[in-house]
Design a protein around this ligand. Structure first.
Ligand code: SF4
Ligand code: FE
Length: 481
């Protein structure tokens, strides 16, 4: 396993092409826009060496029997599923943001199951190829970006019916030695500071869409790949100062790229799906459920930080003893713990798959994420209400540092005289950045938009059984309908 420092050194050996603001990022570890995201991902490495968290952060590989970082592990029990959630809450408490490595973990978990199912039904040999690649990932402790979301073009049309065939990633050539793929993957969390990407389909596919049924692994610096790093709310503050960024060490939210795959060659031993349209839905469902499970871990860890920031602001403001403030903090805690409870529930209700791994309860995993799309907004709304309007009107950090205006800012932004004004400003900036803009949009759309969850909840709701429960009570035989 690598520690945080070794992870950063390993990134320096890669040569990905990444653009930001019209220029190339030469060194993701040091560039001001990517550095805090790298620091956050590095915590998934560093904490694996902390004896306090060893149980959460590491596991025993079922492939080699060796100790591996949990982010490369195939879940072997319900306890593994539960530990995943607990690990995520813990890391999110320490970083106050997204640590990005979970998407690859979930792509790995889904690929493990779907390649097994495909091989069983069709006599293909994807599973063994995938296991070989996974062992390579575990041995090197690489970070994998889960590359699912296509750019999708006209949302009402299937991939093969789009005006531009590249709006979903597809196979453009099959050769003796491998395939060539083209397209783009959007919102790629952690891509810029991963080692590899695991590509999988983004939607249910029908016959006619065979070229779009593709899963494969490629290095992030493979020939033909380039990335455009996204701009976040307030990210330019990183160029100015520490306080205004809110969380200078780890940034706010994931750090996403548009990743363009411009005729990328993939050798056959790295191809894990090639044309099996009938397995796309299974693949997407598994990945989505694994990823939706997480949000009662990482978002709750972030909410813990946000609730703490809100409680501190109330103290600085002199309002902490007011009963309605106390009640709102209780409400925030209640909303957060509800999400956590749901994540634990979908893990404890997990099942062993025929492939041998453990998989979460799909219905409950979708409930986790649907709750998150509401609860994080409500938690943030309450944080804003308690904090007050000054979080939106605070002057620049340089005005705080200025000899001319600094003394006045300290004087007039003071709250309860027990506390330094600068502490009030620091926490206000943290709260501002954690509760708005990119952070909230991520809670809404990360791991799938609300309608995607509702479709899954509809599918998994077992309405016939519920109708029968009602009918049985009043002696109606609905089987005759
Ligand atoms: Fe992991 Fe959460 Fe970030 Fe998704 S949003 S990659 S689950 S930390
Ligand atoms: Fe996410």
């Amino acid at each position: 396993m690598m520690n945080g420092k070794e992870y950063k050194e390993s990134l320096k050996k890669l040569k990905p092409i990444i653009y930001y603001d019209g220029e190339k990022i030469e060194d993701v570890v040091e560039h001001p826009m990517t550095k805090p995201h790298v620091n956050s991902a590095a915590m998934t490495y560093e904490l694996a060496f902390d004896p306090l968290y060893e149980n959460l952060m590491t596991a025993t590989s079922h492939l080699t029997g060796k100790k591996v970082n949990r982010f490369t592990h195939i879940h072997q029990s319900k306890e593994d599923l539960v530990n995943k959630v607990k690990m995520m809450r813990m890391i999110a408490q320490k970083t106050g943001t997204c640590f990005q490595r979970c998407v690859g973990l979930d792509a790995i978990g889904a690929t493990f199951i779907t390649t097994y199912n495909m091989d069983k039904a069709k006599g293909t040999n994807y599973h063994q190829k995938f296991l070989k690649w996974l062992e390579y990932i575990q041995e090197n402790d690489f970070m994998v970006a889960g590359a699912m979301t296509d750019v999708k073009g006209d949302r009402s049309l299937k991939p093969s019916k789009q005006a531009d065939p590249d709006l979903f990633t597809h196979i453009v050539e099959k050769r003796e030695d491998g395939i060539v793929i083209k397209g783009a993957k959007a919102h790629m969390t952690g891509m810029a500071n991963s080692h590899e990407m695991l590509i999988l389909p983004t939607t249910n596919l029908l016959p006619g869409d065979e070229d779009y049924a593709v899963a494969c692994a490629i290095p992030i610096d493979a020939e033909g790949v380039f990335h455009v790093f996204g701009r976040q709310t307030n990210s330019d503050r990183r160029l100015h100062g520490d306080i205004d960024t809110g969380n200078a060490e780890y940034a706010i939210v994931g750090g996403e790229t548009l990743t363009v795959l411009d005729n990328v060659f993939v050798p056959w031993d790295r191809v894990f799906m090639c044309g099996e349209v009938e397995f796309a839905q299974d693949y997407v469902t598994r990945f989505a459920a694994y990823h939706r499970q997480n949000y009662g871990g990482c978002k709750v860890g972030n909410a813990d930080v946000l609730i703490g920031a809100t409680s501190l602001i109330a103290k600085y403001n002199g309002t902490s003893k007011a009963s309605h403030i106390k009640d709102k903090l209780i409400e925030m805690t209640h909303l957060a713990e509800t999400m956590y409870a749901c994540s634990l529930a979908c893990s404890y209700e997990g099942v062993k798959m025929e492939a041998g791994s453990y998989y979460v309860n799909t219905l409950l995993a979708n409930e986790v994420k649907l709750n998150c799309t509401r609860n994080m907004y409500e938690i943030s709304r309450l944080a804003h209400e308690i904090a007050g309007g000054f979080i939106a009107t605070l002057p620049h950090e340089n005005d705080l540092k200025s000899e001319v205006t600094g003394p006045y800012i300290r004087k007039y932004f003071a709250g309860d005289a027990k506390y330094p004004t600068e502490d009030r400003i620091k926490i206000a900036r943290l709260l501002e950045n954690m509760s708005g803009g990119t952070a909230l949009a991520e809670s809404m759309h990360g791991a799938g938009s609300p309608q995607a969850m509702r479709i899954m909840i509809g599918r998994e709701s077992n309405m016939e059984q519920k109708e029968k429960l009602a009918a049985d009570l009043v002696n109606i035989d609905i089987s005759k309908y």
